[in-house]
Design a protein around this ligand. Sequence first.
Ligand SMILES: [Zn+2]
Length: 414
Amino acid sequence: MSRRLSIHITIWSCLSLMLLGACRAVPVAQERNPAPEDTTPIATADASAADRPDELAAIKEGIQATLDRYTEAHRTNDVTIIERLMAPSNRALSRKMVVEFEDTMMIFGSDYAFAHTVQDVTPRDHGFMQAHIRTETGSAADWLFREVDGEWLFAEPGEDLLGARAVSEYEHFTLYHYAWSHVAEEHIVAIVEEARAMAGERLGRLPDAPLDVHIRPVTGLPRLTDGGRGKGIYQPSYSEAVSDYIAISAPYSFGFGFYDPDLGWGDTLQHLITHEYAHFVTHRAFVSTDDMAPWMFEGLAEYVADAYYDDVLRDVADQDLFIPIIDTENRFSMQDLEHMHQGLQDENGVDYALAYSLVVYITETYGGLEGFWELVETYTPRRDFDAALQEVFGVQYETFEQDWQTWVINRYGS
Ligand SMILES: [Zn+2]
């Protein structure tokens, strides 16, 4: 797999929640976590266009023109093009797209100027058109558009157009789900239960605390506090009156991002939910995520979700894209994995992969997850990683970092 493809696959892991102190989940999933088939058909009240092939062909052309300008914006690093591609009254989506664009440009520059091609279009309610899109690197996405003055622009329905919001109580969680998302509820329930089973199996504990699971069909939803900027989020509650929640961007939304069309979106959805569920288990059954370094709980969540990072870590090994765990050179604006949520200058989209590799390295080298938890618990009170390493593993930071990097190079390098 080329560097270009690796960039594409990892990009969504490094964007969007830098300002939020929350976490995003990562796609990239290959032949694991088999989810039910994505067989839910998209029903639509407006089937009229489907009866007129010429009209659909013209719509497809219109959406393609918008996608070409979207790619052009990336090629020329011109955010004003992105702003002009947004339908009016889509402030949350517009903000999200601009932030993602700016992050992408900062991290990858014009390396990210991939062509996007419309494969087919499906009419949705209220004049929206859903386009199935493939990128030149082979990823798929399903995005919504709306016609404004003869142009097909990026758009999402407001909450008033999303249809009924179902609230369903299950044994282990409460599910909040809009009719708009057109994903069968039993499909989501099966995925959340699978996530719970994976977390229980890998971590050995499951909390009794209540959990709300929100499936978010559009970027802006008033009840959720993170603005929809990430694909997924875990939000611990600090009040007895409300539950912890995880919110996941629904398939067929811009926020869901890209997936591998050979696997369907079910595999990506499984990964997203398992990642966030792992945060919930970590926070409620082990150590508060507030007391852990970001690489510890992000790496652990990817470990629980059985992430596939072989290609990214091969690039890291071959091209020396390592990020230090602790930046020993800068006192301020530290460029290291302890500050990965704040946005790093040269992360190359590999921060989550490195966090994952650290957790695997520690479990394999220092006595499994027991060793990992002992390190975390020793680190937590003083947040002195070097001291914790010496106390728990009898190794100094410089040696530990060198040994970890050598391990990554030996295991994943070409
Ligand atoms: Zn996370």
